[in-house]
Write a protein that binds this ligand. Sequence first.
Ligand code: ADP
Ligand code: MG
Length: 235
Amino acid sequence: MASLQVSGVTVAFGGNRALDGVGLTAESGHVTGLIGPNGAGKSTLFDVVSGLRRPSSGRVFLDGRDVTRSRPAGRSRHGLARTFQRLELFGRLSVRDNLLVAAELGPDRRRAAALVDALLTRLGLTAIADSSPDSLPTGVGRLVEVGRALAMRPKVLLLDEPAAGQDGEETERFAALLRALADEGTAVVLVEHDMGLVMSVCDQVYVLDLGKVIAVGPPDLVRHDETVLAAYLGD
Ligand code: ADP
Ligand code: MG
């Protein structure tokens, strides 16, 4: 059974269909890429999956359970966590406390402090654990957001441009982290503009353009698809 399944999702903003009958499946143990030009609908799809936006039609299933009508908190309890394209960290809390707040909402709340320490180590954030996220470079702030999502022990992890602002070495380490998370059984969905990262870590890639899925497949097939190339070149 797929960890996340989305079918027939449509969202309109006025006359503009941001999503038009979108379907997507993400499996445990896989990194599923979601790419497409700016405005394609990627972040809106994450909003629908996480329950922040109600679609006019379509369904969302987590582990086979229909959560289309569930609130965001209910979806978190069923194993969903996400990061935001625009960082949404608590600037008045330290990096550690940002993770701790999330861990205390997750299934491992009894050992939240130990879980957070392990995550800080894993993400290489221990040295800045007492800093405010506001003082950090964007690339590091994104890693903190990933840490906060991981503190909830998600089965399905949605990442919205997590590597933006990272340098080459940071991106390489991040790629290894995504593979490791998948190997531990997480279903990772990655929205990312860095094609090198997408091609190196994804098992399957969905391409969105103008609210529609225009291609699905393994990364090396998708990158040579003519419809996909045309969408990126803007014809
Ligand atoms: P992406 O993340 O792929 O860049 P978005 O999901 O942010 O795309 O946006 C998809 C489309 O929906 C765009 O045309 C965007 O302008 C529009 N859109 C997104 N959010 C809103 C909103 N809150 N109100 C009106 N239009 C929106
Ligand atoms: Mg976006």
